[in-house]
Unconditional design. Structure first.
Length: 285
């Protein structure tokens, strides 16, 4: 029995670092959505996201520092330094001029671009099922696979994809508030398609989000020349269908949970139960 427990802990521990890193990247757009589109009224959702971000960042600290070092080393050939300088100038213009005109700030647009760039990392976690297949082939016992690895992978993938669902729902809520509700479906489809492209670039060609800055030439060449073949198109189309279907299902689940808690909240307010009302989970978009 103790041997099985140690084997399960060893197998799960092997996944902690890369799962934490991938989930951290998937949670970033959700955190950005709180600033860009809507700060959730639910303290559970707000603080839960930040706590989970911190918990997934800690095991990935060395990973982050490694990529930062890589970016710094590539400054000379990728113009990152110039991009940073331009960004600082634009932020200064934004602070002193645009903020007074009642328009969306340059910082907001920069955040929105970061949101779109990092968003494919959330549904990307679905493709990490390949690691489970490899671990099963490695020879772990059926008990370890069934009671340890499969639950670990399911929790990991559910957390990552739910972050994607809530992020896109937040964008839809923002569009509705701006009077652009008729564009929500088109926006969702477009984001699913962009995510499918991003997942293909990440899983099969091994690009990262920051290659937009550190390796833009290769990224553009790949998009223009290598994504028009039969295999990439089929893979991306299948990925799009999976994302769209799972998004619709989890969106309905999220809205159902929201409706239930809002119903409980309304009932609590009706009887003056302010304690229950303050703790109700708000997922309504």
């Amino acid at each position: 029995m103790m041997g099985l427990i140690l084997e399960a802990l060893e197998a799960m521990g092997h996944n902690v670092r890369w799962m934490s890193w991938n989930l951290f990247l998937g949670l970033l757009p959700l955190a950005l959505s709180f600033w860009l589109f809507r700060k959730p009224r639910s303290r559970w959702l707000l603080w839960g996201t930040w706590v989970l971000l911190g918990a997934t960042f800690v095991p990935s600290t060395r990973h982050v520092l490694s990529y930062l070092r890589h970016i710094v080393q590539d400054v000379g050939k990728t113009y990152v330094l110039g991009a940073i300088a331009i960004t600082i100038v634009l932020m200064a213009v934004d602070i002193w001029v645009l903020r007074q005109r009642g328009v969306r700030s340059l910082r907001w647009w920069g955040g929105f671009l970061a949101f779109i760039a990092f968003l494919p990392n959330a549904p990307y976690v679905l493709t990490d099922i390949i690691h489970l297949i490899r671990q099963i082939q490695y020879g772990y016992s059926e008990w370890t696979v069934t009671l340890a690895l499969i639950p670990q992978y399911l929790a990991f993938m559910l957390a990552g994809f739910e972050a994607y669902v809530l992020s896109v729902m937040a964008l839809g809520y923002y569009l509705k508030q701006q009077g652009w509700g008729r564009f929500i479906l088109v926006t969702e489809i477009t984001i699913h398609a962009l995510s499918a492209i991003g997942i293909y670039l990440g899983r099969f060609i091994r690009f990262n989000t920051w290659d937009i800055l550190t390796n833009p030439d290769a990224l553009v060449n790949t998009v223009m020349n290598d994504l028009i073949g039969k295999r990439p198109v089929v893979v991306m189309a299948a990925t799009f269908v999976v994302i769209a279907v799972l998004y619709w299902v989890l969106k309905q689940v999220s809205l159902g949970i929201s409706h239930r808690f809002y119903y409980n909240l309304s009932s609590s307010e009706a009887i003056g139960d302010s304690a229950t009302a303050s703790d109700a989970i708000d997922l309504k978009f």
